[in-house]
Design a protein around this ligand. Structure first.
Ligand SMILES: [Zn+2]
Length: 289
């Protein structure tokens, strides 16, 4: 990401979905401090690690379900005073976030790499609104979007810098970019190491901290103006799953009993840590400058 080639392994991580028993290396860049999953893998090599339903395909969700499942994202938009315009959601899946937006206020566009999710997005939003492929392949015009969003998307690409440079070209000056990624500086990342659920090796190629993400954004022409560590959708769930993975290594009845006893306390505990700026997810809004 920064051009440095030196990296130091911090720990190893296994695929939580058990597509293979391979151990992946989580390494820190000696240049900029960003974390990476190694070895490097091409899009073709990564494809078998995305089983059907990875993106949470739902049969045919109701509009009410869509609105409530996406409310954390739509509320963040409102908090940033973003109430309408032309929007592009990169890695839009089946278009749930776009479908939660008011079509009278928003001209909605999405990009999705392919497969059943992008087919569903095309069905729901129209062939002229969904580009099937990657952002780098989309060759959209200059300065045409008011808002671009990467919800749980930037960590999946091998080229985060190139993607953000492309985003800067496509967004209007003064427009907004929203990026949500797991927070590799969170207490969960530190405590659980290779067992942290949100490492999601090998699918997550980069693991950002607020510092490494902020630096990349400023180097690609953006200025962060709002951020949050809160995420009801991700944080407490990641804590539960990380704890389970850690305890699975010791198969004693005592550790299992401790896990089940701790369940009622996990959510309030994580809420407290999130309020202290330690949340496992970071969402930032940045202005194209
Ligand atoms: Zn680096």
């Amino acid at each position: 990401m920064c051009g440095a080639t030196g990296a130091r392994e911090l720990y190893t991580a296994r695929d939580r979905l058990r597509n293979s028993d391979e151990a992946f290396s989580i390494a820190v860049c000696e240049g900029c401090g960003v974390l990476r999953t190694l070895p490097e893998m091409s899009v073709r090599e990564l494809a078998p690690f995305y089983p059907d339903g990875y993106w949470g395909e739902n049969q045919e969700p109701s509009q009410d379900w869509i609105r409530s499942s996406q409310s954390e994202k739509t509320r963040f938009l409102l908090r940033c005073n973003l109430a309408g315009g032309r929007i592009l959601d990169v890695g839009c899946g089946s278009g749930l976030f776009l479908r939660a937006l008011d079509p009278r206020a928003w001209e909605r566009f999405g990009i999705e790499i392919g497969g059943p999710p992008s087919e569903a997005a095309v069905r729901q939003l129209g062939r002229d609104r969904i580009f099937t492929g990657t952002l780098m392949e989309s060759t959209l015009g200059d300065s045409i979007f008011d808002v671009m969003t990467f919800w749980s998307a930037l960590e999946h690409t091998n080229q985060p810098r190139a993607n953000l440079m492309e985003a800067r070209r496509i967004i209007k000056a003064g427009g907004s970019l929203i990026v949500q990624v797991p927070n590799a500086a969170s207490y969960q990342a530190r405590w659980f190491g290779g067992d942290w659920f949100a490492l999601d090796a090998p699918r997550h190629r980069y693991h950002f901290t607020p510092r490494t993400l902020g630096r990349l954004l400023s180097e690609t022409g953006f200025q962060v103006y709002s951020s949050t560590f809160r995420s009801k959708a991700h944080n407490a769930h990641a804590l539960r799953q990380s704890l389970k993975a850690k305890l699975r290594r010791r198969t004693s009845h005592l550790s299992l009993a401790l896990f089940y006893l701790s369940i009622p306390f996990l959510k309030p505990f994580d809420g407290l840590m999130t309020a202290l700026g330690e949340g496992a997810t970071v969402t930032v809004a940045a202005r194209a400058v």
